[in-house]
Design a binder for this molecule. Structure first.
Ligand SMILES: Nc1ncnc2c1ncn2[C@@H]1O[C@H](COP(=O)(O)OP(=O)(O)OP(=O)(O)O)[C@@H](O)[C@H]1O
Ligand SMILES: [Mg+2]
Length: 246
């Protein structure tokens, strides 16, 4: 991603949502994007997803210029966008129906991802019979089952309580380490950003821009004890400083 900017509106209503972002993401890398509301995190993610064009600059993926959405990029949002009239199983197998891929054993694949997020045996339930955290796990299953090369997640755990968020952070870290998927994860939560990431992109507002990119050299696998480790707390302070927080 080189010299990427995005401007909304015209004349006096011009709003620079993102200014001159340069960012290279390595295959298999986990990138967290953190910053205050309105700094352009979702805009950045939508641009990488090919849902929004660049006003300036270019985004290339594997040497190819990005021009619209791609099947090998998976998205997940803050609220679980599950279909209420479909069971867990039918929600998760949706990507297969969309792409009409007959070569895979869908049932086995769905069971595999349910196991991965700790929801085995719940495939016949409906979303309303699940807690918010469980619904987000189902949404995560739907993302994983489509086996994307690049996972884009926009505050997927933002609506969850601290306990559930931490559990899902641990699960996501484990899954990311296991599957080695390239991931861009947007969050307001600095601890979550650091716990998950190889690098944290710290963003600022007016205009939306990248302030700094911080290497997170905490050991892997990431474990729950790290939430309170001195190394993580030190990183939190470093990121807070970049973000202009005390
Ligand atoms: N479709 C749009 N039309 C006009 N302005 C937009 C549009 N989308 C985003 N913006 C503006 O771009 C800026 C960045 O928005 P964006 O949604 O990317 O922020 P964000 O960092 O994701 O914030 P939050 O943490 O609240 O989700 C904001 O000023 C917003 O008003
Ligand atoms: Mg947003």
């Amino acid at each position: 991603m080189a010299g990427v900017s995005r401007v909304f509106g015209k004349g006096r209503d011009t709003n620079v949502a993102l200014e001159n972002v340069d960012l290279d993401i390595e295959p298999g890398e986990f990138i967290s994007v953190v910053g205050p509301s309105g700094c352009g995190k979702s805009t950045l993610l939508k641009m990488i997803a090919g849902l929004l064009g660049c006003s300036e600059g270019t985004i290339t993926i594997g040497g190819e210029k990005l021009e619209g959405t791609r099947a090998d990029i998976g998205l997940m949002f803050q609220t679980a966008t599950l279909f209420p009239w479909r069971t867990v199983f039918d929600n998760i197998r949706l990507p297969f129906q969309v792409h009409r891929d007959k070569s895979v054993d869908v049932t086995a694949k769905v069971e595999e991802v349910l196991e991965l997020v700790g929801l085995s045996g719940l495939q016949d339930r409906y979303p309303r019979q699940l807690s918010g955290g469980m619904q987000q796990r189902v949404a995560l299953c739907r993302l994983l089952v489509s086996d994307p090369d690049l996972m884009l997640m926009d505050e997927p755990f933002g609506a969850l309580d601290e306990f559930t968020r931490e559990r899902l952070n641990i699960e996501l870290a484990r899954i990311a380490e296991l599957e080695g998927k390239t991931t861009v994860f947007v969050t307001h939560n600095i601890t979550e950003a650091i716990f998950l990431a190889d690098r944290v992109v710290a963003m600022g507002t007016e205009p939306g821009r990248v302030l700094d990119v911080i290497d997170i050299d905490l050991p892997r696998p990431r474990e729950s004890s790290m939430f309170t480790s001195p190394e993580l707390i030190e990183k939190v302070q470093e990121v807070r400083k970049v973000l202009g927080l005390a």
